[in-house]
Design a protein around this ligand. Structure first.
Ligand code: 5AD
Ligand code: FES
Length: 347
């Protein structure tokens, strides 16, 4: 019988595991877990270097046409005050980002049909012509013509999580969505040559460890440029309210470390929702395989209206606070900020 330590060694060398092997690593004991983190950190250092790339997130609209059962800004949540930032607001934030070592802007929103192909294209071209930032968009499912148009306007990357690779669980979570269509969007983005990021929620209601392992392997099989995953945290104004945290906190961190071993050259962010698990969650991830940090640059007073889950950090802070806070955090970790755009290492 292979020990968990052997399996971690195997993943480190071959970047491949079976579902059962992933389950075993997910259930690692304290000593094995420490070894897993050590190897993931080593792999990150070897393949991605010591740079941490800063990608400022601007949550530019919280309107959403979709009704995902886990999400705090779902269409049916009437408690949310809806907002859209103006182009001027967005450009002001982007220019600020350039002064605090952030080399990418991540434009994130709900699925908001107000942003037609052309309107979003105008925002992308304005950022492209007025700043030197790389541009990532994360605004949900669109047709291939729209993605192609945005790429032509200057979009470098796109983030679209598949959320779960189980068609049944996907259907339970997304009353008005379809896993096949989501995957087609990801395939279209890759085909267009847009750097593509995806990932999943850890611990959705009724998820099993076998399903979580399948998600880890599925994300790996997509050969992604970026992999973003985070814990599912139940929101009180959604159908999934009251759902307990599915796993022991440590298990969530093992997911990131395993993803690093299986995807040596993917950019892996320390996602914000990990701070809702533990106050230092994101810093811990940066020493356990992650190499990207996404400071919240959404201007006030809008941050409180973009709560996909409770316990989101930095709601009272402003862009400046997060921008300087992360520079201090990186310093304390003994790492450095990436000066270039931090494009995909796969291409
Ligand atoms: N808990 C954690 N993450 C969530 N997201 C949406 N709702 C929640 C929640 N309740 C994540 C989804 C989405 C990303 C932008 O936020 O994975 O893709
Ligand atoms: Fe926002 Fe530290 S990252 S205050």
């Amino acid at each position: 019988m292979e020990t968990v330590t052997n399996l971690i060694e195997k993943a480190y060398i071959y970047h491949t595991l079976t579902v059962d092997e992933v389950i075993k690593i997910l259930m690692a004991d304290k000593e094995e877990t420490d070894y897993l983190y050590k190897q993931a950190d080593l792999m990150r250092k070897e393949k991605m270097g010591d740079e941490i790339y800063l990608r400022g997130i601007v949550e530019f609209s919280n309107y959403c046409v979709k009704d995902c059962n886990y999400c705090g800004i779902r269409r049916s949540n009437k408690q949310v005050t809806r907002y859209r930032l103006t182009l001027e607001d967005i450009l002001t934030v982007c220019k600020k980002m350039e002064t605090v070592k952030q080399t990418t802007v991540v434009l994130q929103s709900g699925e908001d049909s107000y942003y037609t192909k052309e309107k979003m294209g105008d925002i992308i071209s304005a950022i492209r012509s007025e700043t030197s930032l790389a541009i990532t968009v994360s605004s949900g499912e669109r047709d291939i013509e729209t993605y192609a148009y945005w790429k032509a306007k200057g979009m470098d990357r796109y983030l679209l999580r598949f959320e779960t690779s189980s068609p049944d669980l996907f259907a339970v979570c997304h009353p008005d969505d379809d896993l096949d269509y989501r995957l087609r969007c990801l395939a279209n983005l890759k085909m267009l040559g847009v750097q593509t990021g995806s990932g999943f929620l850890i611990g959705l209601p009724k998820e099993t460890l076998a399903q979580l392992s399948a998600d880890i392997l599925f994300a790996t099989s997509l050969e992604l440029d970026m992999i973003g995953v985070g814990p599912f945290i139940a929101h009180e104004s959604t159908p999934f309210k009251g759902a307990p945290l599915a796993y022991n906190r440590e298990l969530y961190f093992r997911v990131i470390a395993i993803l690093r071993l299986l995807n040596p050259k993917a950019h892996i962010p320390a996602t914000t929702a990990f701070d809702a698990l533990l106050p230092e969650g994101r810093d811990l991830l940066l020493a356990r395989g992650a190499n990207v940090f996404m400071p919240n640059m959404t201007p006030q007073p809008f941050r409180q209206y973009y709560q996909l889950y409770p316990g989101k950090p930095c709601l009272d802070e402003d862009g400046d606070d997060c921008a300087f806070c992360i520079l201090g955090r990186i310093n304390r970790l003994g790492r450095k900020v990436g000066n270039d755009a931090g494009h995909s290492k796969r291409i």
